[in-house]
Design a protein around this ligand. Sequence first.
Ligand SMILES: [Zn+2]
Length: 250
Amino acid sequence: MSVAIHPINTGYISLDKGVYINPSTGYGQEVEVPTNAFYVEADGAKILVDTGMAHTELADLHHPGSYQPGGFRIDERLAALGVKPEDIDAVLFTHLHWDHCANMKLFSNAEFWAHADELAFARDPHILYYKSYESEKIGLEAPFKGVEFKTVEGEHNFSPSITLFPTPGHCPGHQSVAIETDQGVVVIAGDAVFSDENMLPDEHRKLPFTPMGRFVDVFKLYDSMERILDRGDIVLTAHGTGVFEQKVWP
Ligand SMILES: [Zn+2]
């Protein structure tokens, strides 16, 4: 069983640590986090999990101070690995927030996979989330506009090594990706486990891990994190730096 998972940093987001990482101690601290996508070779296919964030001008509109350095766009990052956009067979989306699906239309031969609940919400979001999903109601155009998706509900065996499983809470239809490897199960968590610090105990709230502060349903968020931490021998986050401790996982 040969599986290779390459973490890819597509740029940096500035955000409030209390809102996004640690509501117990983080409020008022502006921090900069990477925005990770993953290139996966498994079962004879070339797969992306998320496509990362948008260019600086748009990123700055979402979170002032955010930026995408030159060469960090998803296709430029893949080129450095010798992979062309048209080589990608499938993109598995953890969710459809702006920093996870930018530039998806570059992948002209790929199937796009999302959870049905996420696609429905992304196409018609609550006003509180117009910006996160780049709604046309505020004059933006979402990367997924006019794109056809394959949707899943519940757990889905995508291929022999790869399983999609629902991890809602951060958003309505969030899902994570479990990959069987020689070193155990690697879970690409998406924003359900936002960064490395979220896996540490929350001493302040007396919790075994630290749920982030940005959610549509905090109880589902908690259960999803628990499910991911139980399932994954290795957990790769969407906005932590731990994923870069190895160039290739596992
Ligand atoms: Zn998100």
